[in-house]
Ligand binder design. Structure first.
Ligand SMILES: Cc1cc2nc3c(=O)[nH]c(=O)nc-3n(C[C@H](O)[C@H](O)[C@H](O)COP(=O)(O)OP(=O)(O)OC[C@H]3O[C@@H](n4cnc5c(N)ncnc54)[C@H](O)[C@@H]3O)c2cc1C
Length: 407
């Protein structure tokens, strides 16, 4: 059993300076999944620290997420990530329970129902063909077919609907984060409450130490940037441009006399999406514009609900005309400006830096695959559980975007 090749070995620091084989910056669902998977790997015997500045996760994406999972992606790369991840999520009780605590993330799989206009038909057919080629059992429905299944749905302006009957739904995201963290700690990972303020270079293209606001210094073999919406900031600590910025997304909770029990997660062509949550409903809309790169504000945009979301909901489900808004919150997507897809892989210039960021609204569902793959990349130099090559940082310089649809 060995630590990471080129790692800082097992020497223990003392006082303000300590030594770890791997330091993960950010203890959200991604950082915690990487730490769990690495520490679970029998080939790894090194020391792992996860540095998290806010153990309450008050503003972390992982706390504010709606935590849904779909298989209906447009690219094989993302479909594979979802396929691996749903298999993991179905087994969390077995994989992540620790002595005396049985993990339950409340996974439900009622499917995604994605609605399209008549003009969307060719694109829906192309996506369904890609999904089926990857083993996903996507059903394409006529508008009438969709209405027969869901009599509450208005379909007269629709051209097509796409439904994923398998491996699509939602779960308790914060519970998944805590389960990864609990299990990682049980496997020896150390969580350090602290803010990373800088990265010391040890020489050309190597980070030697992670610097903390309290003066602490963590010598390290590898560093993982899993800082979510703050990953661009962490990138700049090494002078690198990691094109990840915060993008505010607002979630609204409402009640309605119209009930859609066991309904799917519905995506309307207007950009509005809604799903049941217990006896109530959650809804959101694709943000119309991007924030400024340094705007981490979490004010709810109430006009978005009044002007866009409510009219769209009432149009699609006439019974929602009489809905009652109960509460709302805003969270930050870790938005990759290049192609709205994750960046997972080693940085080509700073070679002991691994990026696991920019998930652009898919990080909760893809956390298992990202953690498994990134840990293997650290340990073996390549991801084995899932193909991470399409997500490499190098695609940015090569101008090879992952062409995904943004919901
Ligand atoms: C409203 C909303 C809805 C969403 N819906 C879905 C969905 O349905 N399905 C889905 O898959 N995904 C969804 N997402 C996205 C998903 O939640 C994220 O992709 C995922 O949580 C990202 O996890 P993370 O660990 O990278 O980031 P985070 O959870 O934000 O964790 C990053 C952590 O890094 C810490 N950190 C940052 N900088 C530093 C520093 N300098 N020093 C120390 N610590 C630092 C932060 O405190 C934070 O805790 C949604 C997100 C939002 C906001």
């Amino acid at each position: 059993m060995a630590g990471v090749p080129g790692g800082a070995g097992l020497s223990r620091g003392s006082g303000m300076q300590r030594s770890f084989d791997v330091v993960v910056i950010g203890g959200g669902v991604i950082g915690s999944s990487v730490a769990y998977h690495l520490s679970a790997n029998p080939a790894f015997a090194g020391r792992i620290a996860v540095v998290e500045r806010d153990p309450t996760y008050a503003t972390a994406s992982s706390s504010l997420s709606t935590s849904a999972i779909r298989q209906q992606f447009a690219t094989a790369a993302n479909i594979r990530m979802s396929g691996y991840s749903i298999g993991f999520l179905r087994r969390v009780r077995e994989l992540l329970s620790v002595d005396g605590y049985e993990t339950d993330i409340g996974l439900r799989e009622p499917g995604y129902l994605i609605l399209g206009t008549p003009g969307d038909i060719p694109a829906f057919e192309a996506k369904a063909a890609t999904q089926r080629a990857c083993g996903v059992n996507t059903e394409l429905l006529t508008p009438e077919g969709a209405r027969r299944r869901h009599p509450w749905l208005r379909v007269d302006d629709l051209g097509i609907a796409s439904y994923g009957p398998d491996g699509e739904g939602w779960f308790d995201g914060p519970a998944l984060l805590q389960a990864f963290k609990r299990k990682a700690r049980a496997q020896g990972v150390e969580y350090i409450a602290g803010t990373v303020t800088g990265l010391d270079m040890a020489g050309a293209g190597q980070i030697g130490a992670v610097l903390l606001a309290d003066g602490g210094r963590l010598l390290c073999g590898r560093v993982v940037n899993a800082a979510g919406p703050w990953s661009g900031q962490v990138g700049r600590m090494t002078g690198l441009d990691v094109p990840v910025v915060p993008l505010k997304r607002c979630i609204f909770v409402f009640d309605s006399p119209e009930k859609i029990p066991h309904g799917p997660f519905v995506f309307d062509p207007s950009g509005v999406a809604f799903r049941p949550e217990g006896h109530r409903y959650l809804c959101t809309a694709v943000p119309a514009a991007e924030n400024a790169a340094d705007d981490f504000g979490l004010d709810v945009d109430h006009a978005l609900f009044d002007d866009m979301i409510w009219p769209a909901l009432a149009h699609r489900v006439p019974g929602f005309e009489r809905l009652r808004l109960l509460r709302a919150w805003a969270g930050l997507y870790e938005h990759n400006l290049f192609d709205h897809s994750a960046i997972i892989g080693r940085h080509p210039e700073v070679t002991n830096l691994v990026l696991a960021c920019g998930f652009s609204g898919h990080g909760m569902m893809h956390a298992p695959a990202a953690g498994a793959g990134a840990s293997e990349l650290i340990l073996h130099g390549e991801a084995r559980s899932v193909d991470l090559r399409p997500f490499a940082f190098e695609r940015i310089a090569a101008n090879q975007p992952i062409r995904e649809h943004v919901y």
